[in-house]
Design a protein around this ligand. Structure first.
Ligand SMILES: C[S@@+](CC[C@H](N)C(=O)[O-])C[C@H]1O[C@@H](n2cnc3c(N)ncnc32)[C@H](O)[C@@H]1O
Length: 302
């Protein structure tokens, strides 16, 4: 392991690490599960499609890997209704301290087998990887981020391996939602400075490796897709949410109108092309055709 990856890993997951000590996104930044229940609603539509494609088995899993404060798991558990709700097992997986959430199992590592939908929401960007600069001889860089003089980069191999391992446990679908980039952008030098960054208290700060801040870097989702293999699509969150029917229409009267207005604002935030809407959705179908889960959509252009 290179020194930069080791230092990053220690700073997040060592004994005094940022996540080991129990930091959650709610303390430092805003992620989609913190906005409201709308992401969970959309994921339940996707899970229903997975469940149908699997023939509505007796047990269906929703696994939230890198669950943080568990907000997404809790919302999925609360909103799941009917037959799916009765058969649903929700598991939050995180290396940080366990949380008590009604109806949600909390684990430190991934289950051996998942039948249903596994979601990694802003999980892969929290997996440390080597931070390097030109010149650097590395097979991952040669294929996925060919460096030129002066460029910096992150070697995404640890994310590829983590994602391939997660997908290998699934029958149904696996979805990574994250900010990131694709080869065409990287090769064109759009991220010539690299994307390694630190955040504390909602603000970008100078990276320090003492566990006081979150350390992150954009995810090469195209490399993760190829590493996990099988059938997959890589689309924008904006398009995926629309394809799952998430609407922010305003209507009704009185309190209903006010609530629809608030919801419309939350949906707009999730779909904002300059913000969360530009996140990538990497969706793999495993034993299920990915075309049964989402209609054809334009490829992700972060
Ligand atoms: C950026 S947070 C995202 C939390 C949450 N999904 C959200 O979007 O609000 C990343 C989380 O991934 C967890 N994590 C990192 N590597 C992990 C691993 N190998 N297994 C389980 N959790 C992990 C961290 O502890 C942290 O809570």
């Amino acid at each position: 392991m290179r020194d930069s990856e080791r230092a990053w890993r220690e700073a997040l997951y060592g004994p005094e690490g940022f996540f080991t000590r129990g930091s959650v996104p709610a303390d430092h930044f805003r992620t989609a599960p913190l906005i409201g229940p709308e992401l969970a609603e959309a994921l339940l539509v996707l899970l229903d499609r997975v469940d149908f494609a699997l023939g509505r088995p007796a047990r269906v899993d929703f696994v939230d890997v890198g669950a943080g404060g568990g907000e997404l798991s809790a919302a999925v558990r609360e909103l799941a209704a009917g037959s799916l709700g009765d058969r649903l097992h929700v598991t939050a997986v995180d290396v940080g301290p366990a949380r008590e959430l009604p109806g949600v199992a909390w684990e430190r590592s991934l289950p051996g087998a998942v039948q249903g939908l596994l979601v990694g929401h802003e999980w892969l960007d929290a997996i440390p990887c080597p931070v390097v600069s030109w010149p650097c001889a590395d097979p991952w860089l040669e294929r996925w981020w060919p460096l030129r003089p002066g460029w910096r980069a992150e070697i995404g191999a640890p994310r590829d391996a983590a994602w391939a391992d997660a997908v290998s446990r699934v029958r149904g679908a696996a979805l990574a939602i994250d900010y990131g980039h694709v080869l065409a952008d990287r090769a064109a030098g759009r991220h010539a400075e690299g994307t390694f960054a630190a955040y504390r208290g909602g603000r970008r700060v100078e990276p320090v490796f003492d566990g006081s801040c979150d350390l992150t870097a954009h995810v090469a989702l195209d490399a993760c897709a190829v590493a996990a293999g099988g059938s997959w699509v890589l689309v924008s969150q904006r398009d995926a949410l629309a394809a799952l029917g998430l609407s922010g229409s305003v209507g009704g009267s009185g309190m209903a109108w006010l609530e629809s207005l608030a919801r419309s604002g939350r949906v707009a935030e999730l779909r904002d092309p300059a913000g969360l809407g530009a996140f990538g959705w990497l969706l793999h179908g495993v034993g299920v055709a990915v075309t049964d889960l989402l209609p054809p959509l334009p490829p992700w252009q972060p």
